[in-house]
Design a binder for this molecule. Structure first.
Ligand code: GLN
Length: 238
């Protein structure tokens, strides 16, 4: 078995070591004897989504988001078809916002892909700090770090989790991120997956089942270190 991971626009969307999520996908596959390949697509590259099993879209500043927006519009139809066909996507912060209808900054409106029925609007102060969520996708709390000015309204979408510490989508709703089909959009910056291994395995399992059939199972790994990392963040926000 082999999974191919498309890393979209690492030249522009590359904040806070978000690419560590890709390392985590690969390591957890390798530890189970499953091959993987990463294809980085720079802005303007042609992307064949038929070749991809996982797509990763990282975070970027308002400036980078504005630049990347035009390239996203060029791939909009194919990316949307991939998502509707249950393609696996992890989109973080700026990448998450761009899957929605728009991100209104303090000075301009950046058009999004409108794949998710969500909108984001800039507001002071920035929402920064450690964050903890309860999520149906993980038996342990999801822990992470957020840093965003955008407030996101997810409409009728299902959130990734309920905020127990921190701000989440907009600091008011009490929820964070979005789950749509096999896509997770989240404000949790990176790397999110190494300290939340169940989320990593959830996405890997979705990708493997989509490619090789529902019978595929992932063998358990020794996640002692991962759980210690998770607990460290949980303890520090007490
Ligand atoms: N520009 C967006 C915001 O501040 C996203 C920034 C990011 O990816 N950290 O809301």
């Amino acid at each position: 078995m082999k999974l191919t991971i498309g890393h979209l626009y690492p030249d522009l969307l590359n904040l806070y070591g978000d690419r560590g999520n890709i390392q985590c996908f690969r390591k957890r596959l390798k530890w189970r004897g499953i091959e993987s390949e990463v294809i980085p697509y720079l802005s303007g590259d042609t992307i064949d989504f038929n070749n991809l099993d996982i797509v990763f879209l990282g975070g970027g500043s308002d400036r980078e988001q504005e630049l990347v927006c035009k390239y996203l519009m060029e791939i909009r139809e194919d990316f949307s078809a991939y998502i509707e066909d249950n393609g696996v996507v992890l989109a973080v912060c700026g990448g998450y916002q761009l899957l929605g209808k728009y991100y209104q900054t303090d000075s301009k409106k950046i058009e999004g892909l409108s794949i998710l029925n969500i909108i984001s609007e800039w507001e002071e102060p920035r929402l920064i700090g450690d964050i903890i969520l309860d999520s149906s996708l993980s038996s342990k709390p999801i822990v992470g770090f957020e840093n965003h000015a955008g407030r996101t309204d997810i409409g009728n979408h299902t959130p990734l989790g309920k905020v127990t510490r921190g701000h989440g989508n907009n600091g008011i709703s009490g929820y964070e991120g979005v789950i749509y089909k096999n896509l997770i959009g989240t404000y949790l910056h990176g790397p999110l997956l190494p300290k939340n291994p169940e989320i990593c395995d959830y996405l890997l399992s979705c990708a493997l089942k989509r490619k090789y059939g529902e019978d595929v199972t992932l063998e358990n790994l020794d996640d002692t270190l991962e759980h210690m990392a998770n607990q460290t963040i949980a303890d520090r926000t007490e």
